[in-house]
Design a protein around this ligand. Sequence first.
Ligand code: THU
Length: 140
Amino acid sequence: MDALPVKMLIETAVRQLEYAYTPYSHFQVGAALLGEDGTVYTGCNIENAAYGPSNCAERTAIFKAVSEGARDFRAICIVGGPDGVLTGFTPPCGVCLQVMMEFCDPDAFQVVLAVSTEEYKIYRLRELLPMGFGAGNLKG
Ligand code: THU
């Protein structure tokens, strides 16, 4: 398996910050999702006046990918900060972790949290969602 193209994923996620629609929180998030075939799917958070329909950057990227026929993913990079200023790591919310659990092998899928191309951490999905509920659990 090729080395994870971490720098490219971080740069791609950072580029999405300008598309984030965040009139309520002003907290901008960008995501870059790497498919097993090397395709990169991008996402940003998209808020809503009713708050509830807001969508996180990670789910935007995953839903874009799945809607285009992709289901095999290797990694996702997430960056975020107030007004798009990257001051710390932005971990995925529980809903996004659950959506990752639906499509990704938790022991293989990598989650890159970045502040810059020099400052980042890489986790396996399993570390962030240790007892994640997945399709296998429905079989009893
Ligand atoms: N948000 C994301 O897009 N991804 C995360 O991982 C955490 C939170 C968004 C949701 C909302 O638009 C804003 O950040 C503040 O919670």
